[in-house]
Design a binder for this molecule. Structure first.
Ligand SMILES: [Fe+2]
Length: 292
C-alpha cells in the first residue's frame, strides 16, 4: 500500500513537472506571428541540447513558425560535423517539421561558412530583413562591424517598412547590465538615432550569457537572450537599466505578435517561466506591462 502511494505521489509530481514545463502563457491567437528567440547557443554541449528539448516541447503547445538566433551560432570549429553537432542535431525535431531559423552573426561566427549555410536562411548576406507576415518585419544586422554601407541599407529598409512592426536583432547589446561586457556605447551612438527616427519597436540581442529585459529606452524595448547554450552565472550587475534579469540558468524566449500587441515569455532550462509580459504598440507610444 505504502509502495502504491509512493508511486502515486511520483506520478503526480511527474505530471506537475510536465505541466509546469508546458505552461504557455501566450494567447496563441489565430493568424498571429509566433516565433522563438535563442542566443549564444552553439556550444554542442548538454545545456544547448536541454534548451533545445524545452524549445521542442514548447512548440507542441505553441507552434512557432521560426526561430531568430542572436549569434555565436557555433563556438569553436565550424566544419560540417560541427554544424551537425552544434545545430542540426539539437534542433532536429524542429528542423524536421519545417521550423525556419534566421541567424545573425556573433563574434565567434565565421561569415564565410555561415551566411550561405542554407539552414540559417541568411541568403548569403551579412545583414538582411524578412517579413514573416504582412505588418511585421525583422532586420538582422552584423554588429561585428558597422560601416556606412550597412547603415545606409538599414535606413532605407526601415524607411521602406512604413508602419510595420519593426524588430531589429544583432549580437552585441547596446544596453546591458552585464559585468563581462556591458552596453556597447559605440554601437549605440550609431544605431539608436535610426531606431528612434524610424520607430523601431523591439531590439533583440545576445553576447551576454544571460537573459535581460531592459527598461524601455527612448520608447524602444530591448532584450538580451544570450543563454540558450552558454551561461555566465550571476553576471548581471546592479544598474538602472534592468526591468527583469535572469542569470541563474540557461533560457530562451517565445513571442507572439498580434495586432498592436507583442506577448513574450522566457523559459529556463528547468521549464520555469522567468519573465513574461506584453508590449503594447499604440499610437507610437510603446508601453510594457508584465505579469511577474
Ligand atoms: Fe559573443
Amino acid at each position: 500500500m505504502r509502495k502504491t502511494n509512493a508511486i502515486a505521489v511520483i506520478t503526480i509530481l511527474a505530471a506537475a513537472m510536465f505541466s509546469y514545463a508546458q505552461n504557455i502563457q501566450l494567447p496563441m491567437k489565430k493568424d498571429s506571428v509566433k516565433f522563438a528567440v535563442i542566443g549564444d547557443n552553439g556550444t554542442g554541449d548538454k545545456p544547448e541540447y536541454q534548451i533545445a528539448d524545452k524549445l521542442t516541447a514548447a512548440h507542441q503547445k505553441f507552434p512557432f513558425d521560426f526561430v531568430v538566433m542572436m549569434g555565436d551560432n557555433l563556438y569553436g570549429g565550424e566544419a560540417p560535423k560541427d554544424f551537425g553537432q552544434k545545430f542540426e542535431k539539437p534542433y532536429k525535431a524542429l528542423l524536421d517539421i519545417g521550423v525556419k531559423f534566421h541567424a545573425t552573426l556573433g563574434n565567434h561566427d565565421d561569415p564565410s561558412r555561415q551566411i550561405s549555410y542554407e539552414k540559417f536562411n541568411m541568403g548569403g548576406k551579412h545583414y538582411y530583413s524578412f517579413k514573416p507576415k504582412d505588418g511585421v518585419r525583422f532586420f538582422s544586422l552584423d554588429s561585428n562591424y558597422m560601416d556606412k554601407k550597412q547603415l545606409d541599407w538599414l535606413e532605407n529598409e526601415l524607411k521602406a517598412s512604413g508602419s510595420e512592426w519593426k524588430l531589429v536583432y544583432f549580437h552585441h547589446p547596446i544596453y546591458s547590465s552585464g559585468e563581462k561586457h556591458g552596453s556597447n556605447l559605440e554601437l549605440r551612438t550609431t544605431l539608436e538615432p535610426l531606431f528612434v527616427k524610424y520607430g523601431v519597436d523591439v531590439v533583440l540581442t545576445g553576447h551576454e550569457h544571460f537573459y535581460e529585459r531592459i527598461k524601455p529606452q527612448k520608447g524602444i524595448n530591448y532584450f538580451i537572450v544570450g543563454s540558450s547554450g552558454q551561461l555566465r552565472e550571476g553576471n548581471i550587475g546592479k544598474t538602472e537599466l534592468t526591468a527583469k534579469g535572469f542569470d541563474r540558468d540557461n533560457a530562451f524566449m517565445l513571442a507572439e505578435i498580434s495586432g498592436d500587441d507583442m506577448f513574450f515569455q522566457v523559459i529556463s532550462r528547468k521549464g520555469e517561466t522567468v519573465d513574461s509580459g506584453n508590449i503594447k504598440r499604440a499610437e507610437k507610444i510603446k508601453k510594457i506591462t508584465t505579469s511577474r
